[in-house]
Design a protein around this ligand. Sequence first.
Ligand code: ADP
Ligand code: GN1
Ligand code: MG
Length: 363
Amino acid sequence: MTLSKIAGQFSFKGDCLDIKPFGNGHINDTYVALCSTSEGDVRYILQRLNSRVFPNPIQLMDNMVAVTEFLRKKILADGGDPDRECLCLVRTLDGKNYYVDDNSDVWRATKFIENTQTYLVAEDREMFADAGRAFGQMLSRLADFDASKLHDVIPNFHNTMSRYDALHKAAKADKLGRLEGAREEFNFAVEHSYLCPVIVDALGCGAIPLRVTHNDTKLNNVLIDSSTKRAVCVIDLDTVMSGSLLYDFGDAIRVGCSTAEEDERDLTKVDFDIDNFDAFTRGYISGAGSSITHEEAELMPISAVILTYECGMRFLTDYLDGDNYFKTAYPEHNLVRCRTQFKQARLMLDRIEEMKNIVHKYS
Ligand code: ADP
Ligand code: GN1
Ligand code: MG
């Protein structure tokens, strides 16, 4: 089916003039559709959900509908603008929240939130602090959302022990004979395996609470106002599930405190920006409010190391497995990504005491 036929299934305003690829997501196929109406042009985001990553896209859409409906009410109650601060699904002509095409692929559309952009690297410290505020605020807005209503779309998504096991499985199979060229990275994963149980065990023994979390808080999953450079809307709600606050905090630090993009080949450009850590921590704690427990706060610094290490392992696993999960542009892309993550994790470990002091300052 052509893209324009897919677009024709949704109740877009006016005539659809153009559809082209959009954004830098690693998972879904994202397009922007431009439609002409008598009142001017209107844009929509059209996405084909990745069926390998999300084997049950209908459950994912059920989650997204429930979460956006809930958030819209909260935003209204807070005096905000739900059309700007929350994703707004566009229904199909027959009133559904998604469309299933002839290949059984699931498509969805949302209103394009105009005058916003996304960043792969934080350019402005206050912008990153405000992204922290937005992620923290989302966590607190979802605090009374009934987690039992959410499907576990990817079980064990941030279970670092499972990610470690998956890496070993991929290394053992070594399908493409890539392990030898990635030996240093594999050894790094093994040497740091003491990180794997930290969050899993804290959740397991009840030391920290299970919450409804976003689980994919990288910087380009928050739309930033192009004029004010402040965070407008948290997007990419595909992985909203029950989890730990530490997943959200740690993953955001992973991306936003790096001085280089996730796939920078020149590792000398990869540094850890501790001032960005300070800014995000301040923003996140202010957005999340008083709900962060003492135990969570104690684990916040190490969570950044764990989530960065975990992401590096995921890239390495995908590299060894033949690049089936993340979108790649060239054969070593996942290995290059793994290297930036492991360098970043090492840099963070070197500065963990300073990170602890920063968290204490704000909590
Ligand atoms: P992926 O899961 O592949 O990362 P996302 O849902 O994050 O997909 O979307 C990819 C990109 O599309 C985002 O990083 C952002 O740039 C853009 N985007 C998504 N939804 C919207 C929207 N409603 N308005 C404006 N831009 C959007
Ligand atoms: C993916 O969907 P996107 O590009 O925002 C991935 C995250 C990784 C991230 C690494 C569903 O995020 O978990 O941390 O790439 N999303 C999924 O950049 O696996
Ligand atoms: Mg995304």
